[in-house]
Design a protein around this ligand. Structure first.
Ligand code: AMP
Ligand code: MG
Length: 340
């Protein structure tokens, strides 16, 4: 028979063996799970950019971030010496294939949205930004002068040379460049052999392949008036999702909320209707530009446009006297999570 002392020693021995064998195993499993789904975050373009790849691939993620930074360095109109900054200052500039491609695509989205999306909105955006800082409304004269300079038809393209027809014009790629940068990052990840990834630049995202546990990526769409609250969840695979809203970036003048999106026809900011537009498309450049354009068009014309386009779905959240109204396009429900 074991003495009491021997029995305790035996129990301790078994415990030590257990710890030696199983603790590293448990740690390894957790490590593996973390490595398989690790989200990397950087602040670029005033936005939090997140890249997730399954499995984690350090080189691919680094290159994907680099292309996003490169895009921003070329196209940020506030960044000294960016191609767009020089173009706006000089009225003409020879640009890289990246910038040229974005400008060409932007012009096509202007045509598609009847001018609601218009990158020549820069003088108006600047005017409203200035007014916002000074807590005053721009005068009708100031709006008229800015509007005179806004029209995508006055962009001249000659090979890689971009020129403006009117002195004082300027372009602002803020409504499309993030989406383009996401597409470029996805292109890099694909080239690196990644087939499961999520690239999210402040709500403009692309879901490549499937997500964790080989299920579709679940994307939450925010309540535009209650931060952190999700109104819908969509499930996507090989799709881009972009949202334009008045809740992330806006300013108050006399207590009135003014969105950062301007109406190129009236010169006014787009107020309250709608509060947010989410677009699902095959590429992020399209989703980004259409979200901004539909925001300007409003819920009726905007939804008509979405429904007239193939491979495009959308959701518009508007404010009505009865509260929040959510309208979705004809094919939207195929993406909406049924458990939500
Ligand atoms: P987004 O967040 O993608 O909707 O883009 C909004 C940004 O696009 C604004 O901050 C402006 O830089 C720019 N923008 C504002 N109004 C327009 C417009 N009507 N068309 C194109 N870009 C716009
Ligand atoms: Mg946009």
């Amino acid at each position: 028979m074991f003495s009491r002392k021997k029995f305790i020693l035996l129990v301790l021995l078994i415990l030590v063996i257990f710890l030696i064998i199983f603790v590293p195993l448990i740690l390894k499993v957790n490590e593996g799970q973390r490595a398989n789904l690790s989200k990397h975050t950087e602040i670029i373009m005033d936005t939090t950019v997140e890249i997730t790849t399954i499995p984690f691939d350090e080189k691919a993620v680094r290159e994907a971030f680099n292309v996003i930074k490169e895009t921003n360095n070329l196209m940020d109109d506030y960044k000294r010496d960016s191609e767009v900054y020089i173009l706006n200052r000089q009225g003409e500039n020879r640009v890289s294939p990246f910038t040229l491609e974005v400008v060409k695509k932007a012009i096509n989205f202007s045509k598609l949205t009847g001018g609601a999306f218009d990158i020549t909105c820069k003088p108006l955006v600047d005017l409203w930004r200035r007014a916002g800082k000074e807590k005053r409304l721009p005068s009708p004269q100031e709006i008229k002068e800015a509007l005179f300079l806004v029209n995508y038809k006055n962009i001249i393209l000659e090979d890689n040379l971009i020129k403006f027809k009117k002195k004082g014009m300027g372009i602002d790629l803020g409504g499309i460049a993030k989406g383009y940068a996401v597409d470029k990052a996805i292109e890099i990840l694909r080239k690196e052999g990644i087939n499961k990834a999520l690239v999210n630049a402040g709500g403009d995202l692309y879901a490549l392949g499937r997500g964790p546990q080989d299920k579709k990526w679940r994307i939450g769409i925010q309540d535009p008036r209650h931060k952190g609250k999700i109104v819908r969840i969509i499930k996507v695979e090989d799709k881009a999702v972009a949202t334009s809203g008045d809740y992330e970036r806006y300013f108050l003048i006399n207590g009135q909320r003014h969105s950062h999106i301007v109406n190129p026809h009236t010169g006014m900011t787009v107020e309250n209707i709608p509060m947010s537009v989410t677009i699902i498309a095959s590429d992020t450049t399209t989703a980004d530009a259409l979200a901004t354009g539909v925001f300007v068009l409003g819920p009726y014309k905007g939804m008509d446009l979405i429904n007239s386009l193939s491979n495009i779905e959308g959701m518009i959240i508007s404010e009505t006297s009865e509260g929040m109204e959510i309208v979705t396009s004809r094919g939207w429900m195929q993406f909406q999570a049924s458990d939500f």
